[in-house]
Write a protein that binds this ligand. Structure first.
Ligand code: UT7
Length: 323
């Protein structure tokens, strides 16, 4: 008997304010044309004053619960991927737990920056497969606008705010790759690369800090490592790029997305792309893309989906699941 963590619902929430590339032309030396051609981004959403990561996460969680036809009482655990929790502690996950009116079970944050949702999915899968939880709410939620240095044109035009969520439920499967649910995961990190992508604040500095990135270096690692981890995850269950219905990649840069799809020999019409509308929302980008992909009618039950992401750490990984 094989227990599979099967997706029962998906949802997302984006803050109301939409900021087009042209808005940055007024404050820094940049252009809509540069941002579009170098990153694929056309617009992004930013939170309103006072709106927090747990606010976005709660809205996304409610949407996923409604989609699954479940209530918070049906959930055993919340795993929330974020690097922008409202406070240093408690976790944003416990704040969402309270907001949903959930008084049983447990909730915690996962911090693996842009790879956070892949790490959270893998953790939730482990909880389900080991029998520690039957239904897990997995959320990716971020307010990266709070980490921007608005004078640094190399970073401030790239990021956005948002949240997405999925509900995983344990089901008995046959043990073959025909099963619905998570089929394989592949996680990595290498702390030697801290200096190419980090925030220069935290409890050691007494400040929130700003995101600092050597874009070209991160780009180089991304193109190499993303296809590698996606292939490794597929290999674990004897599948290849030819079996993939949808790549749902981390949405950082269209050129990285295209480069990874090419290396996996998957055509772009089998890749869910939302980077033009959301920018890079870090741990929220994959659940946002999953939710939008379902809304668009792209991802359907039974489809083989591969998610892959890389971010600060460096931390990177992939999850293969049948929707
Ligand atoms: O989610 C975590 C993972 N993060 C990523 O995956 C991001 C990875 N990196 C990237 O997506 C790309 O490296 C960027 C989009 C950040 C930059 O693209 P690039 O092709 O690597 O450009 P670059 O950094 O080499 O910059 C090229 C030029 C530079 O000018 P010079 O030195 O050639 O004169 C930059 O100063 O573009 C300049 N530049 C800009 N120009 C207009 C940098 N930012 C801007 C800007 N507007 N916003």
């Amino acid at each position: 008997m094989t227990i599979r963590a099967v997706v029962k619902g998906v949802g997302h929430y984006l803050p109301e304010r939409i900021v087009p590339n042209s808005e940055f032309e007024q404050t820094i030396e940049t252009s809509d044309e540069w941002i579009r051609t170098r990153s694929g981004i056309e617009r992004r959403h930013f939170v309103a004053e006072g709106q927090t990561t747990s606010d976005l996460a709660t809205r996304a969680a409610e949407a996923a619960l409604a989609h699954a036809g479940l209530t918070a009482d049906d959930i055993d655990a919340i795993v929330l991927a974020t690097s922008t929790a409202d406070l240093t502690f408690p976790s944003a996950a416990t704040m969402v737990q309270a907001r949903l009116g959930m008084t049983r079970g447990f909730a915690f944050d996962v911090q693996a920056v842009c790879a956070g949702f892949v790490f959270a999915l893998s953790n939730a899968n482990a909880l389900i497969v080991s029998g520690q939880a039957k239904r897990v709410l997995v959320i990716g939620a971020e307010t990266f606008s709070r980490l921007m240095d608005w004078t640094d044109r190399g970073t401030c035009v790239l990021f956005g705010d948002g949240a997405g969520a999925v509900i995983l439920e344990g089901e008995t499967g046959s043990g073959t790759t025909d099963d619905r649910g998570i089929l394989a995961t592949d996680l990595h990190s290498d702390g030697r690369h801290k200096d190419i992508l980090y925030v220069d604040g935290g409890v050691s500095t007494g400040t929130t800090g700003h995101l600092r990135m050597q874009g070209k270096e991160v780009f180089r690692h991304a193109v190499e490592k993303l296809a590698e981890t996606a292939h490794a995850a597929l290999d674990k269950v004897g599948l290849s790029g030819a079996d993939v219905d949808w790549i749902v990649p981390h949405q950082a840069n269209i050129r990285i997305i295209e480069g990874t799809a090419k290396r996996m020999q998957v055509p772009m019409d089998r890749v869910v792309v939302t980077v033009q509308d959301h920018g890079n929302t870090s741990a929220a980008s994959i659940p946002l893309a999953l939710s939008v992909g379902v809304q668009r009618g792209q991802i359907k039950p039974g489809d083989l989906v591969v998610t892959e992401a890389i971010g600060g750490g460096l931390a990177w990984g992939a999850v293969v699941l049948r929707w």
